[in-house]
Design a protein around this ligand. Structure first.
Ligand code: IPD
Length: 273
C-alpha cells in the first residue's frame, strides 16, 4: 500500500517545475555571486531563493518531513539523514555552469525514507530535461522510459568525470591521476559540471559510467535512484555499497564496467557529510 507522500507526486513535481523557472529566467542575466569554501565553490542568490521556496512549499505539504538542503547546510543546518522521510535538495546543481551561462544546470530533489531513495527528480529548466524516478517503477526523461548502457567493455565506454569544487591539492592529484590513467583506455571522457546531470547521463546511456570524489549528499541523492531505476548500478568508488553521506560514488550501466573502473582508479576519502 502506498503511503501519503508517495501519492502526492503531482504536487511535489509542480513545486520543482515552478521554482526552477528562476534558473531559466536568470541564467544569462546579472547575478550576485559569492565564494563559499574556495574560489571555485560558488553560490548565487538564485541557489538560496530556490532552496527556500522549495523547502517552504514542501514543508506545507509534508509538515513531518525533514530536509537536507545545500544552502541550509552552508548556513549551519545539520546534514543528518535518519529513517524519517527526508527531502535532499540541491537547488542549483552546476552552480559554476549557471554563473557562466553554460546551460548544463539543474534542480535535484530526492525523497529518502528509511535511508533509501524513494523519489527522484532532476530538472534542467533551460534545456527542459525532466528526469524522474520512483523506486521500483523505472526512470524517465520527459515521461519516456530511459535505460542505462549495457556495455561491458571499458575500452568501448564514454565516461563522465568531474574536477569538483575544491582546490585541495591531495584531491586534485587523485583526480588528475585517474583521468590520466583512464583516458587511453576508453572511447572518451566528458565533464558536464553537474553531478546530478552526470548521473542522469548515465541513466540515459549517454555515458556508460561516471564517478566523483568530493560530492555531497544533495548532488547525488536523486541521481542515484535515476541510475538504479534505469537498470544501472550505484556503488562506492571502492566497489562497495553506496553511502550517500560518504562524498564519493561510482555509477555505471553494468557491474562489469564498474568493476573495471574500480581496479584502475586511485581512491580518495573526503570528510563525510
Ligand atoms: C557541484 C557540481 C559539480 C561537482 C561538484 C558539486 P553545485 O555541485 O555537481 O559537477 O563536480 O562536486 O559540488 O555546487 O553546483 O551544487
Amino acid at each position: 500500500e502506498r503511503k501519503e507522500y508517495l501519492r502526492a507526486d503531482d504536487d511535489w513535481n509542480k513545486y520543482i517545475l515552478i521554482h526552477s523557472k528562476l534558473i531559466k529566467e536568470r541564467i544569462w542575466g546579472p547575478k550576485l555571486v559569492v565564494e563559499k569554501s574556495c574560489e571555485v565553490d560558488l553560490v548565487t542568490e538564485t541557489d538560496q531563493q530556490i532552496e527556500k521556496l522549495l523547502i517552504s512549499s514542501l514543508q506545507k505539504q509534508f509538515p513531518d518531513h525533514k530536509f537536507i538542503g545545500e544552502e541550509s547546510v552552508a548556513d549551519g543546518a545539520k546534514c543528518e539523514l535518519t529513517v524519517s522521510p527526508t527531502w535532499i535538495i540541491d537547488p542549483v546543481d552546476g552552480t559554476m555552469n549557471f554563473v557562466h551561462g553554460y546551460p548544463n544546470v539543474c534542480v535535484s530533489v530526492a525523497l529518502w525514507v528509511d535511508k533509501e531513495p524513494q523519489l527522484a527528480i532532476v530538472y534542467n529548466p533551460v534545456l527542459e530535461q525532466l528526469f524522474t524516478a520512483r523506486r521500483g517503477e523505472g526512470a524517465f526523461l520527459n515521461g519516456s522510459r530511459i535505460h542505462a548502457s549495457k556495455e561491458t567493455e571499458l575500452s568501448k565506454c564514454l565516461l563522465g568525470v568531474e574536477f569538483g569544487t575544491s582546490r585541495d591539492q591531495e584531491k586534485m592529484a587523485v583526480v588528475m591521476h585517474n583521468i590520466n590513467k583512464l583516458v587511453p583506455l576508453v572511447h572518451g571522457l566528458r565533464s558536464s559540471g553537474s553531478a546530478a546531470l552526470n548521473m542522469a547521463l548515465t541513466a540515459i546511456g549517454g555515458t556508460d559510467a561516471n564517478y566523483e570524489f568530493g560530492i555531497h549528499a544533495w548532488d547525488v541523492a536523486a541521481g542515484a535512484l535515476l541510475v538504479e531505476e534505469a537498470g544501472g548500478v550505484i556503488l562506492d568508488t571502492t566497489g562497495g555499497k553506496f553511502d550517500v553521506l560518504s562524498r564519493r560514488y561510482l555509477c555505471a550501466g553494468t557491474q562489469t564496467v564498474a568493476d573495471q573502473i574500480v581496479k584502475i582508479i586511485k581512491q580518495y576519502s573526503p570528510d563525510r557529510d
